[in-house]
Design a protein. Structure first.
Lengths: 259, 178
């Protein structure tokens, strides 16, 4: 019934508080995310975007409305089944990385696979493959404290990919990173997107637009604007001529005052 | 453009195509938008103004352009003056601000809709500039320019957010008091 939609919501609502203190953090949202789409949801803090992400990933339950993850309706699912589905089908990336401080990079990445019952050998092999993919094969035995912020977030992204998820959900993934580390993470997201991974990122960092196929602006718990970003598929990992010329147009605005 | 071309000649006399390739190198992906003839038009103007001289160069039969350009003393003075001049490209927000005010006053259009349209355009530009910056082949010096473009557009987006808050609020209170 959900077709090729990886995520689907109808009338999705989440309220906090009650009576005069009632806040509709997410207010009757209908959303369809097709397989392979990289979706960015942007808005100021307090607009409800993080709550929405938590509802999509089954980390919170809605007050009203429905959520499907592929063919599974998750808002009515038992806690146990939901935990299993999250583990097998969703990859999470958080602003503050959420790595285990006492585990090395590779141990952090393989943990989910081990918990899912995979053999240590297979789990390690997969973790090493993923660390190589995020450019950190040589940091596999380092503890998080020995890594830079950008490297930690790349480990977290490798971990999010470890169960080969249907969707990666990221909450302000560049929120704690400096400019150079943000570029590292954006490049990585771009590679993941080009590989066909479905991706939903909530953020107030507009630079994420560089790696998204679609942007939604959110305010007061609802979608204010939903626009496809033409050319994302074409641009691929290496930007073509088109993007250079358009960037030239962008620079034109900066130079405009000088002429 | 005139000042830039003069300053690039300050180190040593050069052919037009050398100036062009130096400039494109410094601009990176943003240099793609540069018109090839622009340098020559500028050099001709600078020559007429007495800031640049040129002479035919020997020994480069494979190049159609054989003139070597050099600064005159007046050109050198102008470069020195330009380098010490303090100015900064303006980002003119006044017009857009007044557009919102006028649209709201005359009820011609919803200011929030105008802000939305503007945001889409700024986002598109930001996306293009950031995508260009993600390219591994971008030279770090040229990348610095892209970083500046992205920073400015992010500031514009922040301001548009503030505009949206203000005009959404006005709309609500306006209706309440009406």
């Amino acid at each position: 019934m959900t077709g090729s939609m990886v995520l689907r919501t109808r009338g999705l609502t989440r309220q906090y508080g009650r009576d005069s203190g009632l806040v509709r953090a997410v207010d009757e949202i209908d959303l369809d995310v097709p397989a392979g789409q990289a979706l960015a949801i942007m808005g100021p803090s307090g607009c409800g975007k993080s709550t929405l992400l938590h509802l999509l990933g089954g980390l919170q339950r809605p007050t009203d409305g429905q959520v499907w993850l592929a063919d599974h309706r998750i808002d009515t699912m038992s806690e146990r089944a939901l935990a299993r589905l999250r583990r097998d089908s969703v990859g999470f990336v958080f602003q503050s990385f959420h790595l285990m401080d006492e585990l090395t990079a590779v141990e952090n990445v393989e943990l989910a696979a081990l918990l899912a019952g995979q053999s240590p050998r297979r789990a390690r092999k997969r973790a090493m493959y993923l660390l190589d993919r995020v450019g950190l094969a040589d940091r596999a035995r380092h503890l998080p404290a020995e890594l830079s912020g950008g490297q930690r977030q790349r480990v977290a992204i490798a971990r999010a990919l470890s169960n080969d998820p249907l969707v990666v959900l990221a909450d302000e993934p560049t929120g704690n990173l400096d400019s150079a580390a943000t570029v590292e993470v954006l490049r990585l997201f771009d590679e993941i997107r080009a590989a066909g991974q479905t991706l939903v990122v909530v953020t107030h960092d507009a630079r994420i637009a560089a790696v998204a196929d679609r942007m939604i602006s959110m305010r007061d718990g609802a979608f204010a604007d939903d626009s496809p970003l033409a050319g994302a598929g074409m641009a691929g990992t290496g930007s073509g001529r088109g993007s250079g010329t358009a960037a030239g147009a962008a620079a034109g605005t900066v130079y405009g005052g000088r002429r | 453009m005139q000042d830039v071309v003069l300053a690039m000649l300050a180190k040593e006399p050069a052919h037009g195509y050398e100036l062009r390739s130096r400039m494109r190198g410094a601009l990176g992906p943003l240099g793609d938008a540069m018109n090839a003839g622009q340098i020559y038009v500028t050099l001709t103007r600078l020559t007429k103004a007495g800031l640049v001289t040129s002479e035919r160069a020997e020994g480069l039969p494979d190049r159609p352009d054989r003139r070597v350009y050099a600064l005159t003393p007046a050109g050198q003075q102008r470069v020195a003056a330009w380098l010490t001049e303090v100015n900064w490209p303006k980002s003119d927000l006044t017009e857009f601000h007044l557009k919102l005010v006028a649209a709201a006053a005359a009820r011609l259009a919803d200011p929030v809709d105008l802000v939305d349209a503007q945001r889409r355009e700024v986002l598109r530009r930001l996306r293009d500039a950031q995508r260009a910056a993600l390219d591994h082949s971008v030279d770090p010096v040229a990348g610095l320019l892209l970083e500046g473009v992205v920073l400015r557009l992010r500031a514009d987006l922040e301001w548009l957010e503030a505009c949206e808050r203000m005009w959404t609020e006005r709309d609500r209170t306006g209706r309440a008091s009406a």
